[in-house]
Design a protein around this ligand. Structure first.
Ligand SMILES: *Cc1c(COP(=O)(O)O)cnc(C)c1O
Length: 230
């Protein structure tokens, strides 16, 4: 078996173990393989092994990969920063967008989602760390945007996403994830029906699963270190 497939299996096992450790139902956490800066051949190999969900950050890089794999049964998730002149292409080529943090972007995605495709699945990106530099909404701005996005006809608001400040301490890793889970619960009490918490990467998967992640976004632990961006 190739190293790539082996690492996929190891990551899946780590997720199952984390689910069991926190009393979660087996299979309640899905795995998004983050394939940014990785070649088409690696994605094709994982798809042939049965992996289905892939995440990309950069539209220019993602489009040729999506085209090259057009006949392969995979689902594409956009997880990077969104410029408004890129929304049409994102609305046409992805099944999910995890990184919506303003209404104008959501409106464009809804307007531009092709009518022959299912509604685009959306997560709002929230900045739950105290870092000012990270992108994402402030927690106190989430409710207003969530209720507006939920009304857009060609979108389906699924949940919240976060990229917390890095930490190697488990308790510290869990804090922002717990905050995201509380925000989701609060929105659901207000009548929304969010079923997704997109949180956890290679270095903090266990903390995220312990705090209720339903989808973890894993790059390095599957593909190995990324080559530098050119
Ligand atoms: C790159 C990236 C990941 C994956 O990070 P790893 O540390 O390689 O697992 C997850 N989410 C987002 C938004 C990313 O940009």
């Amino acid at each position: 078996m190739s190293g790539l497939k082996q690492r996929l299996i190891q990551v899946q096992a780590a997720i199952r173990k984390a689910e069991a450790a926190s009393g979660r139902t087996e299979g309640s956490v899905s795995l998004l393989a983050v394939s940014k800066q990785q070649p088409v051949a690696a994605i094709a190999e994982l798809a042939a092994a049965g992996h289905y969900q892939f995440g990309e950050n950069y539209l220019q890089e993602a489009l040729p990969k999506i085209q090259a794999l057009a006949t392969v049964d995979v689902e594409w998730h956009f997880i990077g920063p969104i410029q408004s002149n890129k929304t049409r292409s994102i609305a046409e080529h992805f099944a999910w967008v995890h990184s919506v943090d303003r209404l104008r972007i959501a409106q464009r995605l809804s307007e531009q989602r092709p009518i022959d495709q299912a509604p685009l699945n959306i997560c709002l990106q929230v900045n739950v760390s105290d870092e000012v530099s990270k992108s994402g909404l402030r927690p106190d701005a989430v409710a207003e945007l969530a209720h507006s996005v939920a009304k857009l006809p060609r979108l389906r608001l699924r949940g919240l996403m976060t990229i917390p400040a890095a930490s190697t301490d488990l308790a510290e890793q869990r804090r922002p994830f717990a905050r995201l889970r509380q925000l989701q619960a609060q929105l659901n009490r207000q009548g929304l029906a969010l079923d997704t918490l997109s949180m956890g990467m290679s270095a903090d998967l266990e903390a995220a699963v312990a705090e209720g992640a339903t989808l973890v976004r894993i790059g390095t632990a599957i593909f190995g270190p990324r080559p530098p961006r050119t």
